[in-house]
Ligand binder design. Structure first.
Ligand code: TYM
Length: 332
């Protein structure tokens, strides 16, 4: 079985529709066909200031949401990044393999650091993509299911893996991004030219998966649509409508063309009403399942402990190889 690995940050509380359609939905499908490793990347969350108690709660919340979307610990390895110390350990080796200029070209860093200002930008935010490189290479992942915004980080991972292999001999699998074209980028409801994002969208632009269905319905109904009245998938001319069509089609498991056909001759209002309904039907059981997992933190923590143990057995072996290749003296 080919291997996949991916991660999600625990910082946002509720996941949003972009996280789900762009990434997590694929994770659920891939656990059936792949040897799958999925993690809550709490170390990545530390790149921005976090309240310790909130971070801990959000890490459990993220794990609960992942289980609620259908990740099954019998079919995949689900764990918390900091429970596997090898991530931080390999990261250092990878930092030493990465050029300063190369790291400086990461667009997510440029965006985030410009929002926070130089004084409030940590070195961790700068090296963040390199920790991600370590995350991926530790598991010898063949594919990495993510949204479009992560493509550059996977490209960096490929470059560093090739560099390491070239310098020290075949060690790491060079991973491919696994990005589905249709859902690679879900857009902000209020500004359908930018991605839906907790850090940059206004709350009205985001469909939170744990939102009250009424709140989501309201956001969907006030989504910015386009001039004209025709319902047509046309991301250039009609980004707002196209985004709604994408979300509706994916959640109902049909093609965009089919949805387009269904709404031919109907108004934007009908599309929004139906989408609100579909989102609420999806989100209600999701929220209920998330709550069930949260209500039993002992079971949740023990699932995560088992996941970490499985992950660690793979990660430790890769780290030992990498340490050996670069010439670190084995301890004991
Ligand atoms: P994060 O936590 O920002 O996002 C989690 C996943 O959601 C995807 N995503 C989107 N997809 C489509 N449309 C959107 N509007 C949208 N917003 C978010 C992201 O692409 C991502 O797949 N650096 C990563 C976490 C990470 C990771 C890894 C991923 C750490 N280590 C190793 C893969 C492999 C991040 O911050 O994702």
């Amino acid at each position: 079985r080919p291997r996949v690995l991916s991660g999600i940050q625990p910082t946002s509380g509720s996941f949003h529709m972009g996280n789900y359609l762009g990434a997590v939905r694929q994770w659920v499908a891939l656990q059936e066909t792949h040897d799958a490793f999925y993690m809550v990347v709490d170390l990545h969350a530390l790149t921005l200031p976090q309240d310790p108690r909130e971070l801990r709660a959000n890490t459990r919340l993220a794990a609960a949401q992942l289980l609620a979307t259908g990740l099954d610990p019998e079919r995949c390895t689900l764990f918390v990044q900091s429970h596997v110390p090898e991530h931080a350990q390999l990261s250092w080796v990878m930092e030493c393999m990465t050029g300063f200029g190369e790291a400086s070209r990461m667009t997510q860093f440029k965006d985030k650091s410009s929002r926070h200002g130089a004084d409030r930008t940590s070195v961790g935010l700068f090296t963040y993509p390199i920790l991600q490189v370590a995350d991926i290479l530790l598991y010898q992942a063949d594919q990495v299911p993510v949204g479009e915004d992560q493509r550059q980080h996977i490209e960096l991972t490929r470059n560093i893996a090739e560099r390491f292999n070239g310098r020290y001999g075949e060690t790491f699998t060079v991973p491919e991004p696994y990005i589905l074209r249709e859902t690679a980028k879900i857009f902000d409801l209020q500004d359908p030219t930018v991605k839906m994002s907790k850090s940059s969208s206004s709350p009205k632009g985001i469909i939170d998966l744990l939102d009250d269905p009424k709140a989501s319905a309201k956001k969907i109904k006030s989504a910015v649509t386009d001039t004209g009245s025709e319902i047509r998938f046309d991301p250039e001319q009609k980004p707002g409508v196209s985004n709604l069509l994408t979300i509706l089609a994916t959640l109902t498991d049909v093609t965009v063309a089919e949805v387009e056909q269904k709404y031919a001759g109907k108004g934007y209002g009908a599309l929004k009403t139906d989408l609100a309904e579909v989102v609420s039907e999806w989100a209600a059981p999701f929220s209920a399942r998330t709550r069930e997992y949260l209500d039993d933190p002992e079971t949740l923590d023990s699932l995560l402990a088992e996941g970490a143990e499985k992950a660690r057995s793979v990660a430790a072996e890769t780290l030992a190889q990498a340490y050996d290749k670069v010439g670190l003296l084995p301890g004991k």
